[in-house]
Design a protein around this ligand. Structure first.
Ligand SMILES: NC(=O)c1ccc[n+]([C@@H]2O[C@H](COP(=O)([O-])OP(=O)(O)OC[C@H]3O[C@@H](n4cnc5c(N)ncnc54)[C@H](OP(=O)(O)O)[C@@H]3O)[C@@H](O)[C@H]2O)c1
Length: 251
């Protein structure tokens, strides 16, 4: 079985490739810098030749990029058309937990367009909605910085280590297509402001945190449970606290 990962050079793509290789799978990686452009379609046909199963972990550039909608729409169409032509029997794409509840933000709306194209494609598929990666937290917190203070919502989240997300995705891709959404998340629900407090403590950042239920999360006001996955989400086991301690030790 040949598995092609599009977006293989990215944060998640590179982890999935390593994980599948470790499991003895036949994996081929593709991305823009290797001449495979999901947006223009260039190189896709050759990259997907003989592919049985494919994973789309491309991204539109920096988060919050207003071009996300154009990217995920066009890249999604091209990838699905190429996958159909290649006779792909399982198409997996990585989306985000709660994307459907965050559509006031351009990026999450774009992720919903990506998901809808997949559902409408007729291809056997699995949409994996992952909770936020621990590695992404610096960005979440920075977006809430106001000079010497972070204004953050106390909404609950269940973030996951990117390593554990890649392990779960690598297991899902070698199974049968769900033709549905599968959610993956970390082991515990934690308030966004508490996660931020842990980061500021270990990095000895003197800035303070103001809890504000109306503080926007990438432009969207959150209810307490907006960011939580459903009860049947597949779960990793590493807590944010342990991941942060390990990361600090490694650094
Ligand atoms: N970060 C999170 O917390 C999180 C949570 C849930 C889901 N996700 C989803 O996970 C996916 C991957 O995220 P990531 O953080 O791993 O992304 P990333 O590190 O930014 O990597 C993006 C990948 O997409 C490739 N790419 C960009 N434009 C392309 C194009 N036109 N054609 C082909 N490849 C292209 C890049 O290739 P080059 O390097 O060659 O340019 C790179 O391999 C995203 O769709 C995101 O929505 C992320």
């Amino acid at each position: 079985m040949k598995i092609t990962v599009v977006g293989a050079s990215g944060m998640m793509g590179s982890k999935i490739v390593r994980e599948l290789e470790r499991a003895g799978q036949s994996v081929s990686g593709a991305s823009a810098s290797t001449g495979v452009d999901a947006y223009t379609g260039e190189g896709l046909k050759a990259a997907l030749a003989d592919t049985d199963v494919m994973i789309d972990v491309t991204n539109s550039g920096s988060f919050g990029d207003s071009n996300a909608l154009g990217f995920f729409k066009q890249a999604g169409k091209n990838l699905l058309a190429a996958a159909k032509e290649a006779g792909v029997s399982h198409y997996l794409a990585l989306s985000v937990v709660a994307a459907d509840r965050l559509v006031e933000n351009d990026y999450f709306r774009a992720k919903m367009v990506q998901e809808n194209l997949i559902r409408a494609s007729g291809l056997p598929y699995t949409i994996v909605r992952s909770a936020q990666f621990f590695e992404f937290f610096d960005g979440i917190i920075s977006s809430a910085a106001e000079t010497n203070e972070f204004r953050l919502s106390p909404a609950l989240m269940r973030p996951i280590a990117a390593d554990e997300a890649s392990t779960l995705i690598s297991r899902i891709i070698v199974g049968s297509p769900h033709n549905d959404i599968v959610e993956i998340a970390g082991p515990e629900s934690v308030q966004l402001d508490q996660l931020a407090r842990e980061i500021l403590t270990v990095t000895e950042d003197p800035r303070s945190i103001a809890i504000d239920p109306e503080a926007p999360y990438f432009g969207v006001e959150l209810a307490r449970t907006t960011l939580l996955p459903g009860a049947d989400a597949l779960a990793g086991s590493l807590t944010f606290h342990d991941w942060l301690s390990r990361s600090m030790m490694a650094a």
